[in-house]
Write a protein that binds this ligand. Structure first.
Ligand code: NAD
Length: 246
């Protein structure tokens, strides 16, 4: 049986989630990363096991209530109760409001907001018994500023922050913190697909004059996961190079 503290990181197949999983693994957690397919999970497993053989991966689709429930039941049976849960998985389905379909709205709310609710539903009860833990939800600057073409995404991320503050208040007395990390514009596959002109326009709004790196989000998550952040709960840490949030 591993002596390490257990961490679950959703959406660890690439981007920010992969960087968080690898950072927590290097910090000495036993990390279980998730991916949406068997082949994705195999690649997460291989990457995390290179850091330590105790790490592992599983298939999780947070958009599917039944699959999430059964995968996380299996997680609890196989690995135990997590000390750290990072809800990183997320999607975009951008469109201007008048063109946005019910499906585009629903998919983003179902994944980015309800998906986190589902993961927390499975994890909070055992964590309450453990009387220790940190839940870290990956939000976005768009949850604060809004963004034309992303009404669904902005609503989900703003909702995620309200959800996190509420859950934080419910479980603070059991020594479990719930916080958000809100990235600005980070170089990943999610942002790579944006047109060059849009990237240039975004760059012009960043006082730091560069896009963020995934490791910079992982650093904020590692801080919130650790003992130095025990008295921080219900908060959002913005990691965005000083972007104006007015
Ligand atoms: P990405 O698209 O590179 O990775 C997203 C991850 O989520 C992938 O591993 C994917 O498999 C997983 N995922 C998608 N749908 C899922 C589902 N239904 N169930 C489980 N996993 C699912 O994105 P990224 O840029 O690394 O973003 C990670 C998080 O950071 C997201 O929540 C995103 O909203 C947020 N974020 C990103 C940026 C940025 O600039 N990249 C900015 C602000 C916020």
């Amino acid at each position: 049986m591993s002596e390490k503290l257990l961490a679950l990181v959703t959406g660890a197949s690439r981007g920010i989630g992969r960087a968080i999983a690898e950072r927590l693994a290097r910090d000495g957690y036993r990390v279980i990363g998730t991916a949406t397919s068997e082949s994705g999970a195999a690649s997460v497993r291989e990457a995390l096991k290179q850091i330590d053989g105790d790490n592992d991966a599983l298939v999780l689709n947070i958009a599917d209530a039944a699959q999430t429930d059964s995968a996380l039941k299996e997680f609890l049976q196989n690995y135990g109760t997590p000390r750290v849960v990072v809800n990183n998985a997320g999607i975009t389905r951008d469109n201007l409001f008048l063109r946005m379909s019910d499906d585009e709205w629903g998919e983003v709310i179902n994944t980015n907001l309800t998906g986190v609710f589902r993961v927390c539903k499975s994890m909070v009860k055992p964590m309450l018994k453990q009387k220790a833990g940190a839940i870290i939800n990956i939000s976005s600057i768009i949850g604060t500023t809004g963004n034309g073409g992303q009404a669904n995404y902005a609503a989900a991320k703003a909702g995620l922050e309200g959800f996190s503050r509420s859950l934080a208040q419910e479980i603070a007395s059991r020594n479990i913190t719930v916080n958000c990390v809100a990235p600005g514009f980070i170089q990943t596959d999610m942002t790579e697909i944006l047109p060059e002109t849009q990237k240039e326009a975004i760059l012009a709004t960043i006082p730091g004059k560069r896009f963020g790196q995934v490791e910079e989000i992982a650093g904020a998550v590692a801080f919130l996961a650790g003992n130095d952040a025990k008295y921080i709960t219900g908060q959002t840490i913005h990691v965005n190079g000083g972007m104006n949030m007015g």
